[in-house]
Design a binder for this molecule. Structure first.
Ligand SMILES: NC(=O)c1ccc[n+]([C@@H]2O[C@H](COP(=O)([O-])OP(=O)(O)OC[C@H]3O[C@@H](n4cnc5c(N)ncnc54)[C@H](O)[C@@H]3O)[C@@H](O)[C@H]2O)c1
Length: 315
């Protein structure tokens, strides 16, 4: 395989929400991107996504010597991957779609290229089964939008070579991401399972009338969410134990957490529950459109990312 630092040619398959954002990031890192997406308006979408994303990446200092125009849309997936050194796949989250695409690519993927799937939770072992190139297929799961959020979860399937996983971790690190290796396959990998666990309780709180949708959101964004941008749940609790750290925290809170866990239930996303969440969000949004909310989120996210990046590089 080519040295991760030498990669210049990327193929992006599927240019929707996630593919568009990955294209912006790869371009910002000075790469040439070959794109394939079956929808006719793909080129317009990519152009407009990259134009919108560029200023934020420039502000984060990520676009030096890079061109927002170093991409082209190819007529077929086969053409897009023909000379690729790395392939990021962002097709819709359906096993049959991904398997069909992989079966088409299997005979044409260049012998030293790695293919990473953005899948939010499908299992690579099932996607790669029986393919000749399976050893170089891996999950590289980003967070929306990948051109801003640093985390990428790297997960190998049964047939993925350990060299592919190591290569992929190095590659994402080299292009400025914060990759982590998820050591076993699980539906939803790791971070989406953590999000699902929290959202399960957030939905339960609304269903049981514990709090409104808006107050549940405030409970996180004005509370533990602020700390979680700085350190994860384990380290946060280490500090929650004062000078005694996690040992004291566990001595003090083990019975409480066990009782809280025992009292938690899984809500059903019934029509009635969905209605409560939809109405609660309409109230919380105060008539701001999705694009206004995205702008608001990103305006705060960018300085936050600058701060967090400073802390990461100073360690
Ligand atoms: N949306 C998110 O928050 C998010 C976050 C992380 C990962 N992902 C993952 O990224 C992948 C794409 O999700 P998305 O949200 O960008 O979806 P999307 O619907 O926005 O985009 C999917 C794109 O794939 C194209 N497409 C359709 N059939 C295809 C095929 N056979 N091959 C290639 N492309 C095809 C569509 O035209 C569309 O442009 C999924 O695997 C999803 O789980 C999504």
């Amino acid at each position: 395989m080519i040295e991760p630092a030498a990669v210049k040619r990327i193929a992006v398959l599927g240019a929707g929400t996630i593919g568009g954002s990955w294209i912006a990031w790869f371009l910002a890192r000075g790469m040439q991107v070959s794109v394939w997406d079956p929808r006719a308006e793909a080129a317009d979408f990519v152009r407009s996504y990259v134009t919108d994303a560029w200023p934020a990446m420039a502000r984060l200092g990520m676009t030096a010597d890079a061109s927002p125009d170093a991409w082209r849309v190819c007529a077929t997936a086969e053409e897009a991957v023909a000379d690729a050194e790395f392939i990021q796949e962002n097709a819709p989250e359906r096993m049959a779609t991904k398997r069909e695409l992989y079966a088409r690519l299997d005979p044409v993927v260049p012998a030293d290229a790695v293919l990473a799937s953005s899948t939010s939770g499908l299992i690579m072992s099932e996607m790669q089964a029986g393919l000749r190139s399976a050893a170089r297929f891996v999950v590289g799961h980003p967070f929306n939008p990948p051109h801003l959020i640093p985390l990428v979860e790297v997960v190998g399937g049964r047939e993925t070579a350990s060299e592919t996983i190591a290569w992929c971790l190095d590659f994402y690190r080299h292009i400025g991401k914060r990759p982590i290796h998820i050591r076993k396959e699980a539906p939803g990998h790791l971070a989406n399972r953590l999000q699902a666990a929290l959202w399960r309780e957030a939905v339960s709180a609304v269903v049981s009338g514990l709090a409104s949708v808006e107050d549940v959101d405030t409970a996180i964004s004005a509370g533990p969410g602020l700390r979680w941008a700085v350190m994860g749940p384990h380290m946060t609790f280490h500090l929650g134990g004062g000078e005694g750290g996690i040992t004291h925290m566990l001595e003090q809170f083990t019975p409480a957490f066990e009782a809280w866990w025992a009292s938690m239930t899984t809500p059903e996303l019934s029509e009635d529950t969905c209605r409560k969440i939809i109405d609660g969000l309409a109230e919380e949004a105060h008539e701001r459109s999705i694009s206004e909310l995205v702008r608001e989120r990103d305006e705060l996210l960018i300085p936050l990312l600058e701060l967090v990046a400073k802390r990461h590089t100073s360690r």
